[in-house]
Design a binder for this molecule. Structure first.
Ligand SMILES: Cc1cc2nc3c(=O)[nH]c(=O)nc-3n(C[C@H](O)[C@H](O)[C@H](O)COP(=O)(O)OP(=O)(O)OC[C@H]3O[C@@H](n4cnc5c(N)ncnc54)[C@H](O)[C@@H]3O)c2cc1C
Length: 508
């Protein structure tokens, strides 16, 4: 890309107030929401997606007619405009309203989740319940000295016994490092209003919350064939509104010039499908073909760390160091097909037992009957992993064998009831909040807002923020208003409000 000429063009277009050309990186919820809002207003928009399917982490994966959700994506939000948008994109008859049921598996027993006092007491047994209360009182009298880490923070509020039963193992499975090494502000983000008192009050008086909050916890909306249906429909609407969605094409460089900002992106075709893939007029382009796309604005939902590394010319070393300091937790599902009779009523079960590696089990038939086939269900055993580790690189057949062994060990399904299995891997599922992430993000944002103010990071990994779909979408909508209306929203202020939907809930 010839930088100076494009830089001139880009700045000239912005100066003249012409329709800006926007390149959107990623066709997940944030990218497609941005493209939908932009094309609705007639803005020339090109979405570039590295993968062959849309939806990002919120896709529906499909194998042999079985459908899998990466995790389990509940559609609930307090953000009214996001809720309206979901219903504007997806017709009402494509949505299901599902009852929510989830439990915690620990020490051979199933505990209702959210916790209910009667059930928890019964499962713990009187002796253990008394021990938990004594341990709580002890922690209140002599709280841990160091509460700057997540373990100290939790023990101070729950006591050691409850912490070990309901927090420690699962949290460590998810993040892959000891709870005492996690900063306490992680807790403030996730469980800010949580205390034993409020947990007990919630357990005793589950209806005392506002009606909408209670409802959100007890039931949720879900597209018939999984979250991907929302994003496949959004993609079709973007195309119908005149936008372009280029699939299997990876962005390698975001070009910028001092005093001008971003001028365009370079991408290369990875999968044999080029411009318009997914559209009726899809055309093939040679693998490896390079696309150069000039842009007045770039909306990026690719991981913030990767975005920094694609900037061309490279930003200063301290910004690159900050990007290289951002870490992720990755995710894989071992999906096992079993007869309906071997199933359970829960949407998902958290597995706290330390003797198995699996962290959670999804029951896809409970999410939607359209995800599975008659008479059978598919159980998604979830493993929290790191790209390149033993689990990530384990061959699929060995992972399926491990899954069967573990679910049989837990006594939930017998090994010979499993008909077949599939493995779905998802890199960068969770941006990690460690002791340095905040500073790293601040360093990157400070530099970018000065030098490339027309690059707009959005979404979850795009902002290295623990955003669900709703907040990922909101950051996209606000960025579009910043571009088209000069609205000057502070997109970084969009918050992850855990208190309403997860009130003390385990991580997704
Ligand atoms: C286990 C789990 C459970 C969850 N449960 C829920 C839930 O119940 N409800 C909910 O609302 N949310 C849930 N979420 C969160 C939800 O998945 C995310 O908020 C959402 O997918 C983020 O959207 P996004 O567009 O920001 O990013 P992503 O979904 O990550 O999409 C980014 C896209 O960018 C593409 N991309 C990346 N780099 C490039 C590149 N260089 N070139 C081209 N394309 C690129 C990727 O391929 C991807 O398609 C869950 C997440 C996880 C991990």
């Amino acid at each position: 890309m010839s930088q100076p000429a494009d830089a001139d063009n880009a700045s000239a277009a912005r100066r003249a107030g012409a329709d800006p050309r926007v390149v959107v990186i990623g066709a997940g919820p944030a990218g497609l929401t941005a493209a939908y809002a932009l094309t609705q207003r007639g803005t020339p928009t090109t979405v570039v997606e590295g993968d062959a399917v849309v939806g990002g982490i919120s896709r529906t994966a499909e194998r042999d007619g079985w459908r899998f959700d990466i995790g389990g994506h509940r559609f609930f939000t307090k953000v009214k405009r996001v809720e309206r948008l979901w219903h504007e994109i997806l017709p009402a008859d494509q949505f299901l309203l599902r009852p929510r049921m989830s439990r915690i598996f620990y020490d051979g027993k199933l505990y209702d989740y959210p916790l209910r006092a009667g059930n928890a007491l019964k499962q713990l047994g009187v002796v253990e319940a008394v021990r938990c209360v004594l341990s709580y009182i002890a922690a209140r009298i002599r709280p841990p000295k160091d509460q700057t880490n997540y373990e100290g923070w939790l023990v101070a509020r729950f006591g050691w016994r409850l912490y070990r039963t309901f927090f420690k193992t699962y949290t460590e499975k998810v993040w892959g490092f000891p709870v005492h090494e996690m900063p306490a502000d992680w807790a403030a983000q996730r469980v800010k209003n949580l205390s034993l008192f409020s947990a007990v009050m919630n357990a005793l008086l589950p209806k005392r919350n506002q009606k909408d909050i209670t409802t959100l916890i007890e039931e949720f909306e879900y597209p018939k064939t999984g979250p991907g249906l929302m994003w496949e429909t959004a993609r079709d609407k973007v195309l119908a509104q005149g936008g372009e969605v280029i699939m299997e094409t990876k962005v390698d460089a975001v070009h910028w010039a001092p005093g001008v900002g971003a001028t365009g992106v370079t991408a290369h075709v990875t999968g044999g499908y080029g411009p318009g893939a997914g559209a009726p007029n899809a055309s093939r382009t040679d693998i490896g073909a390079v696309l150069e796309l000039p842009a007045d604005h770039v909306i990026s939902s690719m991981a913030l760390a990767s975005l920094v590394r694609t900037l061309e010319p490279a930003p200063p070393q301290h910004v690159l160091d900050a990007a290289n300091g951002l870490r992720f937790r990755d995710f894989l599902t071992v999906a096992l097909v079993v007869p309906e009779s071997a199933s359970f009523p829960d949407n998902w079960i958290y597995v706290h037992s330390p003797d198995v590696k699996l962290g959670r089990i999804q029951n896809f038939a409970s999410w939607s009957p359209y995800m599975v086939k008659d008479g059978r269900t598919c159980l998604g055993l979830e493993y929290f992993v790191t790209v390149g580790d033993d689990m990530w690189t384990m061959p699929d057949d060995e992972l399926i064998e491990l899954g069967i062994k573990e679910i049989a060990h837990l006594g939930l399904v017998e090994a010979d009831q499993v008909e077949t299995g599939y493995v779905v891997r998802m890199p960068k599922a969770y941006p990690i909040y460690d002791n340095t992430y905040k500073q790293n993000v601040e360093t990157i944002v400070a530099w970018m807002s000065e030098h490339v103010p027309n690059v707009h990071p959005v979404g979850r990994n795009g902002m290295h923020k623990y955003n669900n779909q709703d907040h990922s979408m909101l950051t996209a909508l606000l960025s579009v208003e910043n571009i088209l209306d000069d609205a000057r929203h502070d997109v970084w202020a969009v918050n992850v409000e855990e208190d309403y939907h997860e009130a003390g809930e385990q991580v997704d």
